[in-house]
Design a protein around this ligand. Structure first.
Ligand SMILES: [Zn+2]
Length: 390
């Protein structure tokens, strides 16, 4: 069954065109805030219902509940607080004079109005508590913990109305939950597995997707790469999309696979991120969710299988498909895992990112245990990585 949205109803906070024209004239004189790009991605996702049941940015009681128990106050699983914390002195002045009941315009970096916040509450951001509860560390070497220092000191809570979509990194290749649900319906799928990723596909990723497609209880696969603001050294959003397009076009049945991007800021929160990302995919209409080894991890902050185990604690309403590490076995002559391959570690070929990047740099034919040649060709182009200075 295609699941209903998280909490039962798919939220829609985007204004219809007839309302929109009136609202735009009404908001001319309202105070204007310029949130960070991270917060604008979240605004956009609230608007399209990707964060159902959220209709706005969280208040202090919701944040407290999420941090304390990984659930909304009504008990529904939710592991990452969604807060609005506009940074900088210009925002500061507006935040200080704003009071509950005020309407505030949220604008993008060019001054265009994206949405309106109906302010219900403002409260201080507790960075250390946020970091510890979501990321299980306050170590500033963790990329998301480091980001917290750039957030504003005050959280603004309240429902939002979204006037238009943010200009998205890969444009129209980002379907809304309503669009994916309609697409699944027209394809006749009643069960869809979501594949979370943030890298171009190598052969081990393809293996997990194929194993999933072979399951009799899965009608289709949504490949849903996160392409919001990533971290330095990650592949650029358009490169990730192009690499997946090459894989889908050259190798997969178009009857079984949908590719669409998801622009949110990646939370490298290991298990807590896995739950959050599975809830988002449920809102897009997915009934199953693929959880590989060390999903949404970074460095050595999380046990590689913590993201598997956390699904025992939370019934999100999707079926977690938990896969162990896969590898290329010399004796089997294919990508496999210890669930079917009986050979030892000495027969496994190194397929690490380090080796993939070296093989791409060295030129020549790419080993078949690493990448499809069509994918390798895209990754060999110049400027495919995000520079450290952003
Ligand atoms: Zn083997």
């Amino acid at each position: 069954m295609i699941p209903p949205a998280h909490g039962g109803t798919l939220v829609d906070r985007s204004l219809r065109s007839e309302v929109l024209d009136r609202r735009i004239s009404e908001i001319q004189d309202l105070p204007r805030l310029r949130p960070s790009l991270d917060d604008l991605y979240d605004l956009d996702k609230i608007g399209i219902g990707a964060y159902s049941p959220l209709e706005g940015f969280m208040g202090s009681a919701e944040v407290d509940s999420v941090e304390r128990q990984g659930r909304l106050p009504n008990g529904l699983p939710w592991t990452v607080p969604i807060v609005l914390t506009p940074p900088g002195p210009a925002n500061r002045a507006i935040i200080d004079s704003a009071a509950a009941g005020d309407d505030l315009v949220l604008e993008d970096g060019t001054g265009g109005a994206l949405g309106v916040l109906h302010l219900a509450e403002k409260f201080p951001l507790d960075r250390a508590r946020f970091a510890q509860s979501v990321y299980a560390t306050t170590d500033v070497r963790h990329p998301n913990v480091a980001d917290l220092a750039n957030w504003g000191d005050t959280c603004l809570a309240g429902t939002v109305d979204v006037l238009r979509r943010l200009p998205l990194p890969v444009g129209r290749q980002e379907l809304t939950p309503r669009e994916t649900r309609e697409l699944f319906r027209t394809k006749g799928w009643s069960s869809v597995a979501a594949y979370q990723c943030r890298n171009p596909p190598h052969v081990a990723h393809e293996y997990l997707q194929r194993v999933t497609l072979e399951r009799p209880d899965v009608d289709g696969l949504l490949i849903h790469p996160v392409v919001g603001r990533l971290k330095a050294g990650d592949y650029r959003p358009e490169v990730i999309l192009a690499a997946y397009e090459a894989l889908v076009r050259n190798y997969y049945s178009p009857q079984r696979v949908v590719l669409s991007a998801l622009s949110i800021t990646m939370r490298y929160a290991g298990p807590k991120a896995a739950i959050f990302l599975s809830i988002v995919r449920k809102n897009f209409g997915c009934s199953h969710y693929i959880v590989g080894r060390d999903q949404a991890g970074v460095g050595t902050y999380y046990d590689p299988y913590a993201a598997h185990r956390i699904f025992d604690e939370y019934d999100v309403g999707v079926v977690p498909l938990r896969y162990e590490e896969s590898y290329f076995c010399r004796k089997c002559g294919e990508t496999t895992s210890a669930r079917s391959c009986g050979h030892g570690a000495e027969d496994r070929i190194d397929t690490s990112q380090t080796r993939i990047r070296k093989a791409l740099k060295d030129g020549g034919a790419i080993p078949r245990e690493l990448l499809r040649p069509e994918v390798a060709e895209i990754l060999r182009a110049p400027n495919v990585l995000i520079e450290p200075d952003r």
